[in-house]
Design a protein around this ligand. Structure first.
Ligand code: ADP
Length: 176
């Protein structure tokens, strides 16, 4: 039986978002975008176009420019405005898989790395173990729990990153 997703609020809503790094060059200019729940969207563009920069706005990875409570939020995820005060809530809504697994993996074993997110959510040990097994299965790495993350291929390392994010059951999955 297929589960009907509620249509409102949209998964991602971006309105009039502009951004430039310290160098002053404008990377994002007045971006407006809405992604419905259940929708899959691919952002396509040449290297340096600003794709990663846009995605990093979805879970507050560029803290220098996060709006305060009194300021309008240009980015809203799952109904939560992305602001300084909402970053931890936003990061529960949005699971972010980095382009480079070296930016994401930091534990000695696959099990510890995948467990990190669910443990931070305060889940019970049994539930964390269930999530590890489920998410490794989802990415085709069942049985890799005890492997060292340093002794995996780049593709496997990327899949461990994805498993770690899936294990947190995010509403929105962002894949850079
Ligand atoms: P894409 O993901 O489409 O390849 P990026 O969002 O990574 O593009 O980069 C967009 C532009 O911002 C590029 O010109 C890049 O050089 C610049 N840029 C990215 N990160 C930084 C940074 N930390 N500081 C200064 N400029 C940056």
């Amino acid at each position: 039986m297929s589960e009907k997703l509620p249509l409102e609020p949209p998964a991602i809503q971006i309105q009039g978002l502009s951004y430039s790094y310290g160098s002053g060059q404008t990377v994002l200019a007045d971006v407006t975008l809405s992604v419905a729940r259940g929708e899959r969207l691919a952002l396509v563009g040449p290297s340096g176009a600003g794709k990663s920069t846009l995605l990093m706005h979805l879970n507050g990875l560029l803290p220098d420019r996060l709006p305060r409570d009194s300021e309008r939020a240009s980015v809203v995820v799952g109904g939560v405005p992305v602001r300084k005060s909402t970053v931890s809530e936003v990061r529960r809504v949005v699971g972010f898989v980095f382009q480079d697994p070296d930016d994401q993996l930091f534990c000695p074993t696959v099990r510890e790395d995948v467990a990190f997110g669910p443990l931070n959510l305060g889940l019970s040990r049994d539930e964390v173990l269930r999530r590890i097994s489920r998410s490794l299965d989802q990415v085709g790495l069942a049985g890799f729990e005890n492997r060292s993350t340093l002794q995996l291929s780049t593709g496997e390392r990327k899949r461990v990153c994805l498993a770690g994010v899936l294990a947190c059951d995010p509403e929105v999955l962002v894949l850079d």
